[in-house]
Structure formats: structure tokens, C-alpha cells
Design a protein around this ligand. Structure first.
Ligand SMILES: Cc1ncc(C[n+]2csc(CCOP(=O)(O)OP(=O)(O)O)c2C)c(N)n1
Ligand code: SF4
Length: 287
């Protein structure tokens, strides 16, 4: 991971508004897709006029989490690796009036935190989880993740990954999430991503938004065996397809592609925080 040393001469107004100046520049490697996703989040904050004093950012551990760490002007809470949903559950139960936006990686949510993730969906915890899917463990040096493609070489699968990657959107849907969508960090999906993050925040219940993004440093080096940013971005382009366009592809063209779009939007179930406060009202335990 490259650590920037100089502040750019011109700062984007959204960064001025929501990011602590002393914590600039950010830490992502050149060509990483994480920055575009953060841009989308800041755009949503601005469009929805979310108040940073009422909107908390919660992060796990990994590149996607490290980029937000102590940079946001509002409250910013750090969870242990894989424990973001447990921490968010406590926060939401304590402050159901606040918005919680979660920043987590595919290792954080898909492997070490997988069980917590399932139960956050099942409990319909009313938070918005942004899962940064770079197909590898980025921050720790390129180990295999549950999203690494079959046969992908990583530092822990030098002869190729024996496992198939996980479709976490399907897991979220099956486990009961209220809102599920997937986009990429590419500029052509910026509007779709912004729309989904807004929907995720506005839908009452657990919202899971996955973003496929290029990790030039680890996925590029170990899986794609290239440091060429263009090839990393092309890979994301090639391995994804809009769900609305999937029918136009032949089975061979469709094979192995991750679908993009909005998959679930339902508000037919109350969430755990709502039920908890109803219970307190019923048994008279409310302060
Ligand atoms: C309990 C615990 N186990 C392991 C680690 C080491 N660790 C830190 S980040 C990480 C994986 C990061 O991968 P991912 O969640 O996909 O995030 P990325 O860096 O790719 O964004 C691991 C294994 C840790 N910090 N804590
Ligand atoms: S996800 Fe990859 S490219 Fe992005 S900051 Fe981490 S190691 Fe660098």
C-alpha cells in the first residue's frame, strides 16, 4: 500500500465538507477503486443532506476500512476484523435514531465475519453495509479470499485456488436482507452506485451493497500478474454484466460473470432495533 505524503493543491468540495483536512491525503494505491466508492458515499451524504453528527461511519479492518479510519468529520467507529456487524448491532440498538454506514471488505464480511453477516441480515438490522469486493485480502499482502476466482493464484494459493467464489448478494438475499445491490467502482456505474447507496439508507432494514473494484497492487500482481491499471480495470469490466443485459449473453459469455444491479428491495419485515424498543415498551423497561 502506498502512503501519500502531499496534500493535493486543489481539494474537492465534498472532501472539504466531510473529511478532516489533517487526515488527507488518503492511503489507497494508485488505480485502486476504493476512492471512487468513497466519492459516491460523499455524494449521497450531500444529496440527502445527511448530518455528520447523526450519521456514523463504522469500519472493519482492511483497505476499504483503513481509508475511512479517522478521516470522516462525523463519528467514526472501528471494529475488529470481522466484527463490524456485532459492533453495528450494539450501536443501532443504543441509537436507533442514527444512520450507520458500514465499510467492509470481502475478507471482513465473507470469511472471518461471515457468520455475523448472516445474522445481521436475518435480524434485519437497519444499517447500510458497503462491501468492497476486490477478490483478495488486499491490506495483508494478497492472500486468498472467499471471492477469489477459481484457479486464481494468490500468496496462499500459489498453485491456484481450488474453491469457487462466493456470491455474497445471494447469501444476503437468502438470509433476509431488505435491500441488496451490486455495482462496480467504474465511473460508468457511479450513478447506479449513488442511487443504490441512497436506497440502502432510505430502506428500513438491512441494506447490503457490494462494489466490485480493481485492486491493482495485490489482485493485479498475484491473480492477473500485471501491474497495468488498464488491465485491472478491464478485468472488472469483463467479469461483470448488468443483470438487465444478462439474457442477451450466450451461456458461454454469461459463465463466471457477476451480475450488477438492484436485486432485492423489501420492507415487509420490522428490524431488530424496532422490535427491541417495542419489547421495552411492552415490558416497561424503557427509561
Ligand atoms: C482477528 C484478526 N485476524 C486477522 C487479521 C489480519 N487481517 C487484517 S485485514 C485482513 C484481511 C483483509 O481483507 P479484506 O477484508 O478483503 O479487506 P481488503 O484489505 O482487501 O480491503 C486480515 C486477515 C486481523 N487484523 N484481525
Ligand atoms: S485494495 Fe489493493 S489497490 Fe486498493 S489500497 Fe488495498 S492493496 Fe492497494
Amino acid at each position: 500500500m502506498t502512503v501519500g505524503t502531499e496534500r493535493p493543491a486543489k481539494i474537492h468540495p465534498l472532501i472539504e465538507k466531510y473529511v478532516r483536512p489533517e487526515r488527507m491525503p488518503h492511503l489507497a494505491c494508485p488505480g485502486c477503486g476504493i476512492g471512487n466508492v468513497i466519492h459516491a458515499v460523499l455524494q449521497v451524504m450531500d444529496d440527502l443532506k445527511l448530518d455528520p453528527t447523526n450519521t456514523v461511519w463504522v469500519q472493519g479492518v482492511g483497505c476499504s476500512s483503513r481509508i475511512t479510519y479517522t478521516r470522516y468529520k462525523g463519528d467514526n467507529i472501528d471494529a475488529h476484523h470481522g466484527r463490524i456487524y456485532g459492533v453495528a448491532t450494539g450501536l443501532k440498538l443504543a441509537r436507533p435514531d442514527m444512520n450507520f454506514i458500514l465499510f467492509t471488505g470481502d475478507g471482513d464480511t465473507g470469511s472471518i465475519g461471515g457468520n455475523h453477516f448472516i445474522h445481521a441480515c436475518r435480524r434485519n438490522l437497519d444499517v447500510t453495509a458497503l462491501m468492497f469486493n476486490n477478490g483478495i485480502y488486499g491490506m495483508t499482502g494478497g492472500q486468498v479470499a472467499p471471492t477469489t476466482p477459481f484457479k486464481g493464484t494468490t500468496t496462499t494459493t500459489p498453485y491456484g485456488n481450488l474453491e469457487d467464489p462466493f456470491d455474497m448478494c445471494k447469501l444476503a438475499e437468502a438470509a433476509g436482507a431488505a435491500y441488496v445491490a451490486r455495482w462496480t467502482s467504474m465511473p460508468k456505474h457511479f450513478n447506479g452506485l449513488v442511487r443504490s447507496i441512497k436506497n440502502g439508507i432510505q430502506v428500513k432494514g438491512f441494506s447490503y451493497i457490494e462494489i466490485m473494484l480493481p485492486c491493482t497492487t495485490q489482485f493485479g500482481r498475484y491473480v492477473l500478474k500485471t501491474e497495468d491499471m488498464g488491465k485491472n480495470i478491464k478485468y472488472i469490466e469483463d467479469c461483470t454484466c448488468l443483470a438487465t443485459q444478462a439474457d442477451k449473453l450466450s451461456p458461454e459469455e454469461r459463465a463466471g460473470k457477476m451480475l450488477l444491479g438492484e436485486f432485492v428491495r423489501r420492507e415487509d419485515r420490522s428490524g431488530i432495533a424496532e422490535r427491541y424498543y417495542e419489547l421495552l415498551d411492552r415490558v416497561g423497561g424503557k427509561e
